[in-house]
Design a protein around this ligand. Structure first.
Ligand code: FAD
Length: 507
């Protein structure tokens, strides 16, 4: 954090900071896209972290990185509000002024974060995971957070971010075995990546798509020759995607129509459309589910790796969405695309089986992200109600508010504990499909409800475009749909009770 250049370890008490005098030129150095310092009444405040905690977030105080946003701030709030919400933000006073350190507000608000909000200490991670978390958090703060608003506006994350992440061991390389030139880290590291992305409000950076949903097709289902061909690309952070869904078929994957017809010179000619493909606009390699034998139903589906430069592949449309603005979601069309036999993943006709094999971990990854989002929503709301003046005290003194947050906290704790147990099972290769479906169903259903209830406590601020809590709510809404709609998860769970899914053929 930039503060350290003036404040040593940054932990000095605010009272002693009144003596720190700063020139305007020094303050200006901290008005880059990644830093936001404001000068109010000749006092300097670092509101960088505050941007993601303020109920209106960047909407009010920082419209564009690197610009002086004091005026926007003061149009809405008084100086007291900074300290009520970000008690450690005071940096010092302007040189030459007679300003003194600000007085502590009478009600110093609490500062919960996503880990302090829980009642039980999580024990799924070890020291190595926490060290990795700290380094990834620093990475995100340095390279992603400052650019995030730009990615959201463009609707896509720059490819360079992925390559930098791969280089540092946060994208693909973490899961590539060391024998293949990767870091070979255990899957808990993937979960740490997912949690940190959510915790820093960058959930649209759909990093678990590559790490948890696509990479395993290359590392677990491909031949050695294919790995030798593709892993160098993946090690340098190529964007990868998976295309299962089609415009006419999403949940019922056995009914796909994208057709791969055998071509006379070996390989296939592929024709079809793939719908909702995340990262479809930028992916270099896409694992595509195709029908190679229409007479065999689900057993006639194969997975083919389609390369973006193959003639006939095009991103026909990029969809505008309610949330997850930084990730692109596309319609991909495939017109007479020639795919050589070497691009078949594993064995012909086993595509459906591979999808079912890889989906449980994909679903758990979605659950991990959703629980992280729920914890963040709760922490934001608790901090807010402690600081929001109301009825002669603050919102947090109202019993109805306390009880609502107590209920949410209990549900978030239960969800976290269950999902943590699934993470541990996944790392022991013992994650069952039904447990993964339970985690996905429970966590995604919960995270949306939690975000909605927390948003209520923010009143009007929660409804502002880009308010951190509002963004959690819209982003979480889709998690009940993708990765398999939650109703499909319930079918998988009920199979364990001896029920068969209701199908027209059985009615
Ligand atoms: C933002 C986003 C990103 C996505 N990324 C990808 C991607 O990268 N790759 C990819 O292949 N797909 C992706 N998808 C597609 C996603 O997996 C599908 O949307 C999902 O599987 C549901 O399919 P569908 O939309 O066709 O809905 P349908 O299958 O038409 O279902 C509609 C609704 O019907 C209900 N329903 C469905 N089946 C059942 C059932 N058995 N019992 C009871 N009710 C049921 C559910 O409420 C469901 O939401 C993405 C989707 C979105 C929105």
């Amino acid at each position: 954090m930039a503060q350290s250049s003036f404040l040593g370890d940054g932990k000095a008490k605010r009272e002693s900071l009144g003596s720190v005098r700063l020139t305007r030129a020094e303050v200006a150095k901290h008005c880059t896209a990644g830093d936001c310092w404001v000068i109010v009444n000749d006092r300097v405040y670092d509101v960088t972290g505050f941007l993601d905690e303020h109920p209106a977030g960047r909407n009010i105080i920082l419209l564009h990185g690197g610009k002086d946003c004091t005026k926007e701030f003061l149009e809405v709030h008084s100086e007291d509000y900074i300290l009520a919400f970000a008690p450690n933000s005071f940096v010092g006073c302007l040189e030459g002024s007679s300003a003194l350190a600000p007085k502590k507000p009478a009600n110093v608000p609490v500062h919960f974060d996503s880990s302090k909000i829980l009642a039980l200490k999580r024990n799924v991670y070890g020291d190595e995971h926490e060290a990795y978390r700290a380094s990834f958090r620093t990475f995100l703060q340095k390279y992603v957070q400052p650019e995030y608003a730009k990615f959201e506006a463009k609707g896509v994350v720059d490819r360079e971010v992925y390559s930098k992440m791969a280089q540092e061991g946060f994208y693909l390389t973490l899961g590539i075995p060391s024998a293949c030139g990767g870091r070979g880290l255990d899957w808990k590291h993937n979960c740490v990546v997912v949690e940190e992305v959510e915790d820093l409000g960058c959930g649209g950076l759909f990093v678990n798509l590559g790490n948890d949903m696509v990479l395993s097709y290359f590392t677990e289902s491909c031949t050695n020759e294919q790995r030798a061909r593709w892993l160098p690309k993946l090690r340098r952070g190529a964007v990868i995607a998976v295309a299962m869904s089609e415009p006419e078929v999403g949940s019922d994957l056995g009914q796909l129509s994208c057709r791969a017809t055998p071509s006379p010179n070996g390989g296939w000619t592929v024709n079809g459309r793939k719908m909702w493909i995340s990262s479809g606009a930028v992916a270099e390699l896409t694992v595509v589910a195709c029908v190679t034998d229409p007479t065999k139903g689900a057993k006639g589906i194969s997975m083919l790796v389609i390369e973006s430069e193959m003639p006939g592949v095009s991103c026909a449309k990029r969809f505008g969405k309610l949330g997850k603005h930084a990730s692109d979601t596309c319609l991909i069309t495939l017109e007479d695309v020639h795919v050589p036999r070497e691009n078949l993943v594993g064995e012909e006709g086993k595509g459906f089986q591979y999808m079912m094999q890889h989906l449980p971990r994909e679903r758990l990854s979605i659950a991990v992200a959703s629980m992280a989002a729920a914890r963040r929503a709760l922490a934001l709301a608790v901090n807010y109600v402690h600081g929001r003046a109301a009825f002669g005290a603050n919102l947090g003194t109202l019993q109805a508010v306390q009880q609502e947050l107590a209920k949410i906290r209990t549900e978030v704790q239960v969800g976290t504990t269950f999902v943590d147990r699934c993470i541990a099972d996944a790392c022991q290769k013992q994650l069952s499909a039904e447990a993964a479906s339970m985690a996905k169903f429970f966590a995604t259903d919960l995270s949306f409800r939690v975000a909605d209830r927390c948003q209520q406590l923010f009143g009007g601020y929660g409804y502002l475009k880009n308010s951190p809590i509002g963004k959690i709510m819209v982003d979480q809404r889709v998690t009940r749909v993708y990765g398999g709609a939650n109703e499909v998860q319930l079918e998988i769970i009920s199979k364990g009770l001896g029920f068969k899914p209701q199908r027209a053929s059985r009615l």
